[in-house]
Design a protein around this ligand. Structure first.
Ligand SMILES: [Zn+2]
Length: 435
């Protein structure tokens, strides 16, 4: 079994290296925009848009005397990759399934935008069509494939082509596996390097542990385990909330889209990205530890999205506890329960362990001692007291034990066979960040 994993680190180029890197990502952005404009023309003429067709356009751009800089300040491999990404964006646009999903989400219709073709006519830009990239978006990247041919890693430095040379990166962990590609990205003024690796795993890896654990996910305690341990949430959002609110107040006093407004807006974006990084890092640490220590993990089958919806009071609760729930949603999103479950799932898969998602129904009302189900069992948020057998326990701990029992039940019903699951790490992880 092959697994893919991305390792992302902060890159620390010196001034000269930064100039070259800025040119490289700039020309890649330029080519994306040029080829996008060309593909709008193709779209208007009903011409076939695919990777080969679009990649061929790079040659035309390079031979244009106005774009002389493409010959000197770009990386050919990265331009091809950029245009391939554009082709994938188009194929998503042409995929009816993706459109169907968009309709489900029912986003508010935006004011229509148009693209002016060479002959002066305009075509309407539709949802999911690829978009033009701007420098002011604050994010740029290039991807280089055939790593061995153009790059190499020496300790905490990576050699990059186009005269960039050896660049230092903050190597916070070892890179395991063969590096297949490298992505250099710039986000809000910081540079990052992400190594895409491939590793051959045992066809049927055997999990080092033999124990099983049930996890209850909560608000005040991020996780309560069936062996009675708690993991506190890292409320990165809460800790930075005051700071964020202050920045946003300052923003509201500035003239919209003025230089100062833009500067302030960048500060806010930076704080958001900082918060996301902390949370991501924390969740990785927790999930790695749990996954290493337990061959079978049972957790609730969360439909975080559904829970979020019920806060408006539309579902069976009819508005009861609406206020409490809206606060709850913020915390759910803050802690990224869904992200945590995803991480547990692929980490278990790699190690030959299992993650079993159980139906969360009654897990909080069932007595884990005598299995008696009653609403009255749960008198307060934190205390569980069985009305039948008088068993008293912490409510989250009781739930975690029920979840583990439900996991065992699923396992015995399925005969202990794990279903085929995708082996790849989630693309969001792959492209975005891995601590
Ligand atoms: Zn009981």
């Amino acid at each position: 079994m092959k697994i893919n994993k991305a390792y992302k680190f902060r890159l620390e180029p010196n001034t000269e290296q930064e100039i070259i890197l800025n040119n490289l990502v700039g020309s890649a952005r330029f080519v994306w925009n040029q080829v996008l404009a060309i593909s709008f023309e193709m779209f208007a003429k009903d011409a076939f848009i695919n990777a080969t067709n679009l990649v061929n356009k790079i040659m035309d751009l390079k031979s244009n005397p106005d774009f002389e800089f493409l010959k000197t300040s770009s990386n050919a491999v990265s331009l091809q990759q950029k245009v391939r990404d554009l082709a994938s964006a188009w194929s998503r646009f042409f995929d009816p399934k993706v459109h169907a999903r968009l309709k489900e989400n029912k986003k508010k219709p935006r004011k229509p935008k148009f693209f002016k073709l060479a002959d002066g006519t305009e075509i309407q830009r539709r949802p999911l069509m690829p978009q033009f990239k701007r420098k002011s978006d604050g994010r740029d990247s290039i991807r280089l494939v055939q790593f061995d041919k153009y790059c190499r890693v020496e300790g905490n430095r990576v050699k990059l082509p186009n005269g960039v040379g050896l660049v230092t990166f903050r190597k916070s962990q070892d890179i395991i596996g063969t590096i297949k590609n490298v992505t250099i990205s710039k986000k809000l003024g910081h540079w990052y390097v992400s190594f895409g690796t491939e590793r051959e795993l045992d066809e049927n890896p055997r999990h080092p542990a033999t124990s099983a654990i049930g996890l209850d996910m909560g608000i005040s305690k991020l996780l309560t385990t069936s062996n009675g341990q708690y993991i506190k949430p890292k409320n990165s959002f809460k800790a930075n909330q005051i700071k964020l609110a202050k920045l946003q107040r300052q923003l509201s006093r500035k003239v919209l889209f003025s230089q100062n407004w833009k500067k302030q807006n960048r500060k806010i974006q930076k704080l958001h990205s900082h918060i996301a990084n902390i949370r991501h890092d924390y969740l990785h640490k927790i999930t790695t530890r749990i996954s290493k220590n337990h061959a079978m993990i049972a957790c609730e089958d969360l439909k975080v999205a559904n829970m979020s919806k019920s806060a408006s009071g539309s579902v069976e609760n009819k508005g009861r506890h609406v206020k409490a729930k809206s606060g709850l949603n913020k915390s759910i999103l803050d802690q990224g329960w869904g992200m945590m479950v995803d991480m547990l799932e692929y980490k278990q898969h790699w190690q030959g362990g299992l993650l079993i998602k159980v139906n969360p129904r009654y897990t909080s009302q069932t007595c884990s001692e005598c299995q008696h189900i009653a609403v009255d069992n749960r008198q307060t948020q934190s205390k569980f007291e069985c009305v039948k057998c008088m068993y008293v326990a912490n409510a989250d701990f009781n739930a975690a034990r029920n979840i583990l029992a439900a996991g065992h039940a699923v396992l015995s019903a399925e005969g202990g066979c794990s279903k085929g699951r995708p082996l790849k790490q989630k693309t969001c992880d792959l492209r975005e960040k891995v601590a």
